[in-house]
Design a protein around this ligand. Structure first.
Ligand code: CU
Length: 164
């Protein structure tokens, strides 16, 4: 019973607009506990990133209402601390350059600044050979920027996440 209540509180917290999140743990929660509709059509997206500081895909198209399963594979060889990659989808209206600049100071939060308030969804920061899969509901129709928030990468590692 306690568990159910906890989950409800968490869901309400997320629904209320992801208020402030102080720690990296809450940042993860803010972006990863959005409820998946089991009956929604499913969409799988796979993106690779490597030591060339590029994503294999720069335009991702999905449909509104789909349950997205997004996998990022870091196919590089280098360590996370020197060549980490993640994939961060930003809310519409977020200044990517400012986000990327803020991310430089957010190493302890896996390079997700401001408690994740600007983020629709994000993978973990991955070293060479690592992989992460996240699931989330497609947000409302629109064009969203995505980037790798590892310091210095957003110049070449960015693209558009388009919800139709
Ligand atoms: Cu990167």
């Amino acid at each position: 019973m306690k568990k159910v209540i906890l989950v409800l509180i968490l869901a309400t917290f997320v629904a209320c607009g992801k208020k402030k999140a102080g720690s990296s743990q809450s940042a993860d929660k803010a972006t990863e506990t959005v409820k998946i509709d089991e009956n929604a059509p499913k969409r799988e997206v796979v993106v690779e990133a490597g030591d060339n500081i590029k994503f294999s895909v720069v335009e991702i198209k999905v449909k509104s209402g789909e349950a997205i399963t997004l996998t990022l594979n870091n196919v590089g060889k280098m360590l996370k601390m020197s060549m980490g990659h993640n994939l961060v989808i930003l809310k519409v209206g977020t200044d990517m350059e400012k986000f990327a600049t803020d991310a430089i100071g957010a190493a302890s939060d896996d390079y997700i600044p401001n408690g994740g308030k600007d983020v629709v969804a994000h993978t973990k920061m991955l070293g060479g050979g690592e992989s992460d899969t996240i699931t989330f509901m497609a947000p409302e129709k629109g064009t969203y920027d995505f980037l790798c928030s590892f310091p210095g990468h957003w110049g070449t590692m960015k693209g558009k996440f388009i919800v139709e």
